[in-house]
Write a protein that binds this ligand. Structure first.
Ligand code: A2P
Length: 303
C-alpha cells in the first residue's frame, strides 16, 4: 500500500511523487502517464522546468482515459523567482493553472529564497533582494482563495524557516529541499518536525550520486533491494516524502516498490554514518551583486 504523510492543513501528501525537473518537454508526458499508471499520485512541477504545458496535456489524457481522477492526484507547483512581487503572485499561479489545465493546486511553493527582476533570467545582474514576508502574504491569499490548497517553500534553511514562521499567518505546510543519504538534513528535519512543517525531499537519489555510495550498496545487498530503493525507503522512514525523477518505466516502477518492506534499525544507523555533502549548491545565486555574497550566506552556514 502506497503511503502518505499528514500536512498541517489536514490534507495528506502522497509519500512518493514524480519529480519533473530536467525532464524534457518531449518525454515528460509519457513519463507522467507511466508513473500514474504505476500508482504514483503526486507530481512535482514548476514553471522553471519549462515543461508544464506538456504536463498539463498528460494530466488531461489521464483524466480522459479514466486512469485517475483529479481529486486522487496531488499536484505541486512553484512560484518562479521573477514573480515574487505580491502583485505578480496571483498571475503566476493563474499561468501555471492554465498550463497544467487545472483549477487548483494541492501545493504551491516559493521555489527558493532567490529573487530576480520580473521577466528576466538567472544572471547575476538580475538578482534583487527577496522580501519573503511580502511574497508570503500573497501566497496566503492564494491559500484563502482555495487556488492553492496548501502553501509552502522550497530550498529554505533553518534560519529562513524560522524567519518565515515568525511572520506567517498561515504557516508553511511544506519545505521541499535537497535531501538524501549524502545530505541528510538532520537539523532542518528536526526543526520542521517540531514546527509541524512537512519536509519533502527533492533529488532523493542525489541525482544518482547516492547509488554508487559503498554504504548504500552494502545495505541494498543485505536487504536484496536496489540502492535506489534503499535511498527512497530511508527517506520515508525519516518521515519525509520523496520526489525521485526517472524517465525510464522500469525505474519508475522500481522507485515505487518501497512500501511493503523496511530498513531495520541497525542498517538505518549504518546509513546515518555516511559522509555528508550538499550536492546542489546553487552557486548561480552567489555573486557580489547578490544579497548572497558567499555560499555560507545563501545556506546560512548549512553547507
Ligand atoms: P533515469 O531517468 O535514466 O532513470 P534524483 O531524483 O535524485 O534527481 O535522481 C535522478 C537521476 O537518477 C536520473 O539521472 C535518473 O535517470 C536516475 N535514476 C532514477 N531512478 C533510478 C533507479 N531506480 N536506478 C538508477 N538510476 C535511477
Amino acid at each position: 500500500m502506497a503511503g502518505s504523510f499528514a500536512l498541517n492543513t489536514g490534507a495528506s501528501i502522497p509519500s512518493v511523487g514524480l519529480g519533473t525537473w530536467q525532464i524534457k518537454p518531449e518525454v515528460v508526458g509519457d513519463t507522467i502517464y507511466a508513473a500514474v499508471k504505476a500508482g504514483y499520485r503526486h507530481i512535482d512541477c514548476a514553471p522553471a522546468y519549462s515543461n508544464e504545458t506538456e504536463v498539463g496535456l498528460a494530466l488531461k489524457k489521464l483524466f480522459e482515459d479514466g486512469v485517475a481522477k483529479r481529486e486522487e492526484l496531488f499536484i505541486t507547483s512553484k512560484l518562479w523567482s521573477g514573480n515574487h512581487a505580491p502583485e505578480d503572485v496571483p498571475e503566476a499561479i493563474d499561468t501555471t493553472l492554465k498550463d497544467l489545465q487545472l483549477d487548483y493546486l494541492d501545493l504551491f511553493l516559493i521555489h527558493g529564497p532567490i529573487r530576480i527582476r520580473k521577466g528576466t533570467t538567472h544572471i547575476p545582474e538580475n538578482l534583487i533582494p527577496t522580501d519573503i514576508p511580502a511574497t508570503w502574504g500573497a501566497m496566503e491569499k492564494l491559500y484563502d482563495s482555495g487556488k492553492a490548497r496548501a502553501i509552502g517553500v522550497s530550498n529554505f534553511t533553518c534560519k529562513k524557516m524560522e524567519d518565515l514562521l515568525a511572520v506567517a499567518r498561515v504557516p508553511p505546510a511544506v519545505n521541499q529541499v535537497e535531501c538524501h543519504l549524502i545530505w541528510q538534513q538532520a537539523k532542518l528535519r528536526e526543526l520542521c518536525q517540531s514546527r509541524g512543517v512537512h519536509l519533502s525531499a527533492h533529488s532523493p537519489l542525489g541525482e544518482a550520486s547516492v547509488l554508487s555510495n559503498p554504504v548504500v550498496i552494502s545495505v541494498a545487498e543485505k536487504l536484496q533491494k536496489t540502492p535506489a530503493q534503499v535511498a527512497l525507503r530511508w527517506s520515508l522512514q525519516m518521515g519525509q516524502s520523496v520526489l525521485p525523477k526517472s524517465t525510464n518505466e522500469a525505474r519508475i516502477k522500481e522507485n515505487f516498490d518501497i512500501f511493503d518492506w523496511s530498513i531495520p534499525k541497525d542498517l538505518m544507523a549504518e546509513l546515518s554514518g555516511i559522509k555528508q555533502e550538499r550536492l546542489l549548491k546553487a552557486e548561480f545565486a552567489v555573486h557580489p551583486l547578490s544579497i548572497y555574497k558567499t555560499l555560507e550566506d545563501l545556506w546560512d552556514g548549512e553547507i
